[in-house]
Design a protein. Structure first.
Length: 746
């Protein structure tokens, strides 16, 4: 009989962090199921979470370091790989300086505290000119920069108070599929239904009748029209005297400046930009102002347009002016409650604002948000000669060939690198170009505490986990790999010297250099923590794992009245007036669609997919019905002679793809929606992903600096101008099914 054990843990694919129970037989993960005893997810987990056991045991997974040769990848040992990487990187640094070194970190890294610490330590240690790219400029940088403008820190991000709100207006968000973004709320479908059950309303503003919009009230909007709609709502609030100006003036500076900025944007003047009837805009603004407990929440769709920072800024301003910011049932701040929190916010905010002002990218002159450069420009930073041209690139937990604009450009640029190293689970479209692929652990092979998402908890909650199983083969955590690399580099930078001294001292006391004590300190100091013995029953990292394996709820509701703690300016007041915001409003007013591209492209999420990295588990393909399709409105399809399933050619000023058409009424006319993450070329080593077919929608997006969002360096992924036609050269593919998937052993 096998030695079987059930271990309590939690999922780290997406933000709800649902509780899971892992079945381990003879040291091997054989099954994952939802944790019924988890106080928040309460027995729920999506199909991706359940299928993750197939990733852990995937026969296509990389479990030994690989070195690229003219004849393909060959297995090597860690000593050979790390010695060569360190020697080559040291030589590049000595010859060209830190500006020749770059790191791209993908979205899954946000779910691993040790991965985050490792990359941050490396980038800070290697030198101030190093290039740092993250998935944030495809997702969140504009939201973070809006917070930096308003509150002085990108870390002050409000979330809707789902437990108490009576009106939730969601813009560009589809939480029934995404499960929440910058909003950690397990069973979010139930939380939204509870709003209706207590007599409230949920309004979804989106160009597509998404899965969420179909459940509630759908208000269709022209893609990338969010800023125009929000300016029109602010115009109505000012014009009709719906702003409590005395209260706003007590919290913020720049109200009169804001009034002047909004004055030209009446509902009638903006209707062409957002497509919503002026009377409906007025009704929306009045209802929001008249509802005591209400919130506007915007996410991905509002962040990745031409003016994502402006849209995110305006969402918070609307919440402020309607009296809902930092109020029960409104838009609130989930804080850790650490003593001296304001001082810490001020110090970090000042540092990040200083970096934003002083550091400019070599290509395009963009400023760094949370230290990160625009990923859309990564290929040009590699290919364009000159000072700080990238010669060595590391890629961890990311597949930028499929996830940033113009992936073909990045593939071409990669050939010119002196060194490229991937830290990944698979040979992907990106890591296929690497000199080395270093095998890493999955989330079930490391300990964890989701530090990134503590500030987005809709219900104050803590959970930690130990590793469930040992890593297979020679896989190591990203932290172990980076720490090993830093030790081997023959560089004498100040931060590396400090790390070396810390390693030496810790080993004298029989301890290893690791970021876990930092996380333990945060848990101890935060709400619910033991404050280093001052609270005898308080939490620590070890106590969470041992005494609260299912996690611990710290309170029913988020504290409000905390603006004084989270605002990082010297005077704890919001700043509304910013020249950069005024410039964005002017740019928005001047923009017009190219005449030859009358339609607009948007993205969409799928329940069984997570960006580009979950197309290999067989369980997610077993229905045989999954297929990437481009959704188009019935009227547009009829106009272009396109029927459901017909091959449709989609052309932008920057590229062209062909996909089967999905004809529907659940989308605005003039709009096409395409899921991202597809376009696997067979260059990678994941067989089911390669069988998935489809097209890389990001080939339609621009990597030209003039097309990158001016303030936060965001890629434009929504509202992209396109034209469509039936592709008569391609076979009809509407009935195609994915081949029988290759099975993983579970």
């Amino acid at each position: 009989m096998p030695d079987t054990e059930n271990k309590t843990t939690f999922c780290r694919i997406c933000e709800p962090l649902c509780g899971m129970v892992a079945t381990v037989e003879d040291g091997r993960l054989t099954k994952l199921r939802p944790d019924r005893d988890h106080p928040l997810s309460a027995g729920f987990a999506c199909q991706k979470g359940i299928a993750f056991a197939e990733i852990v045991n995937d026969p296509d997974r990389v479990t030994t370091p690989l070195r690229r040769t003219p004849d393909g990848f060959v297995e090597v040992g860690w000593e050979e790989a790390m010695s060569d990487i360190a020697a080559r990187l040291t030589a590049i640094h000595r010859r060209h300086g830190s500006g020749a070194i770059g790191w791209y970190m993908g979205n899954p890294a946000a779910f691993s505290y040790s991965h985050l610490f490792g990359v941050t330590a490396f980038i800070k240690g290697i030198g101030s000119d190093a290039h740092y790219f993250t998935a944030s400029t495809q997702d969140t940088s504009s939201r973070l920069l809006a917070s930096q403008f308003l509150y002085g820190s990108p870390l002050a991000v409000p979330i809707p108070d789902l437990a108490r709100t009576d009106l939730l207006i969601m813009m560009g968000a589809n939480p029934l599929v995404s499960h929440g973004s910058l909003l950690t709320a397990p069973r979010i479908k139930d939380r939204l239904r509870e709003i209706i059950d207590r007599g409230g309303r949920v309004i979804v503003v989106d160009p597509r009748r998404t899965e969420t919009a179909a459940e509630y009230e759908w208000l269709g909007i022209v893609p990338d029209g969010d800023s125009a709609l929000l300016l029109a709502m602010l115009n109505v609030l000012f014009a009709e005297g719906l702003v409590d100006e005395k209260r706003v003036a007590a919290l913020a500076d720049g109200l009169e400046w804001l009034r002047r900025q909004c004055a030209p944007f009446t509902p009638e003047a903006t209707v062409e930009n957002h497509g919503i009837d002026p009377d409906r805009v007025r009704e929306l603004a009045r209802t929001l102002a008249a509802t005591p407990r209400a919130a506007v929440y915007g996410r991905f769709g509002t962040s990745v347009g031409r003016h994502g920072t402006l849209a995110s800024y305006l969402i918070d301003v609307v919440n402020l002016l309607t009296g809902h910011l930092d109020q029960p049932g409104g838009s609130v701040f989930s804080t850790l409650g650490i003593p001296g929190q304001r001082a810490g916010m001020m110090a970090m905010g000042a540092s990040l604002r200083r970096t934003y002002r002083r550091k400019r990218t070599r290509i395009g002159g963009f400023r760094a948000v949370i230290g990160s450069e625009p990923a859309a420009l990564m290929a040009k930073e590699i290919a364009v000669p000159g000072d700080r041209q990238i010669k060595a690139l590391f890629v961890s937990a990311g597949n930028p060939v499929l996830s940033v604009p113009n992936g073909d450009e990045l593939e071409s640029a990669a050939a010119g690198l002196d060194l490229m190293v991937g830290l990944d689970l698979y040979v992907t479209e990106t890591t296929a170009h690497c000199d080395y692929i270093l095998p890493v652990t999955t989330m079930y092979e490391r300990d964890d505490f989701a530090i990134t998402f503590q500030q987005f908890q809709a219900t104050p909650f803590r959970q930690a986990t130990d590793a469930v199983v040992a890593p297979p083969g020679l896989a190591r955590s990203e932290w172990e790999i980076i720490d090993d690399l830093m030790r081997r580099l023959s560089l004498r930078t100040p931060i590396f010297a400090v790390f070396g001294a810390m390693r030496f001292l810790l080993r004298r006391f029989g301890r290893e250099f690791h970021p876990r004590p930092v996380i333990d300190m945060i848990i101890r100091l935060a709400d619910g923590g033991n404050r280093f013995g001052l609270r005898r029953s308080g939490l620590t990292f070890r106590r969470l794992i041992g005494e609260h394996p299912h996690g611990k709820v710290l309170g029913d509701n988020i504290r409000t009245g905390v603006l004084g703690e989270v605002v990082a300016y010297r005077r704890p007041r919001l700043r509304l007036a910013h020249q950069d915001i005024a410039a964005e409003i002017a740019r928005m007013s001047e923009y017009a669609l190219p005449q030859d591209y009358p339609m607009r492209l948007i993205g969409m999420r799928e329940p069984a997919s997570e960006n580009s990295w979950m197309h290999n588990p067989p369980l997610l393909w077993r229905s045989g019905k999954r297929q990437q399709r481009a959704l188009i409105h019935v009227a547009d399809a009829a106009r272009f002679g396109i029927e459901d399933g017909d091959p449709m050619r989609i052309t932008s000023p920057h590229g062209e793809i062909v996909l089967p058409a999905g004809v529907t009424e659940d989308i605005m006319a003039g709009v096409v929606a395409v899921p991202h993450g597809y376009g696997h070329k067979g260059t990678g080593g994941w067989r089911n992903a390669n069988r998935a077919g489809g097209a890389n929608v990001n080939l339609l997006m621009s990597s030209d600096p003039d097309d990158v969002e001016a303030l936060a360096g965001m890629s434009q992924l929504v509202g992209v101008p396109i034209r469509v036609a039936r592709d008569d050269d391609a076979p009809r593919r509407g009935s195609d099914a994915v081949e029988e998937p290759v099975g993983a052993e579970v």
